[in-house]
Design a protein around this ligand. Structure first.
Ligand SMILES: [Zn+2]
Length: 112
């Protein structure tokens, strides 16, 4: 990864962190406890419970993604940055731009 690519990637990374944070805030909102007695009908309440469990699962995944993004940001200036954590090979810049949270190459990622 050259200097320009790194600069470009850093912008992408910061943007992704920002949108991911917004997603997390929204999901936290969506996973708030549902009041047992409310004006919602029974079906609506069941829907709300369903939506809540979907939101909880998404929140977990999104938080994991955020951890990886923060990690990438911490390591961006290290000389090993952009290398696969498994095989130590370089991660193609296209992959990083598409998924800034990736810390392994396509080959290693598809193996797990
Ligand atoms: Zn690899």
């Amino acid at each position: 990864m050259n200097k320009e690519e790194k600069a470009e990637f850093k912008i992408k990374l910061l943007k992704t962190i920002e949108t991911t944070q917004q997603q997390i805030d929204q999901l936290v909102e969506d996973t708030k406890p549902i009041a047992p007695e409310n004006s919602l009908g029974r079906i609506t309440r069941m829907d709300a419970i369903n939506n809540k469990s979907v939101a909880e699962a998404t929140l977990r995944t999104t938080r994991r993604k955020m951890d990886k993004l923060q990690n990438a940001l911490k390591k961006i200036d290290e000389k090993d940055f952009g290398k696969c954590i498994k095989c130590k090979g370089p991660i193609p810049i296209q992959r990083l731009m598409y998924m800034p949270e990736s810390n392994n190459c396509v080959r290693c990622a598809s193996r797990y």
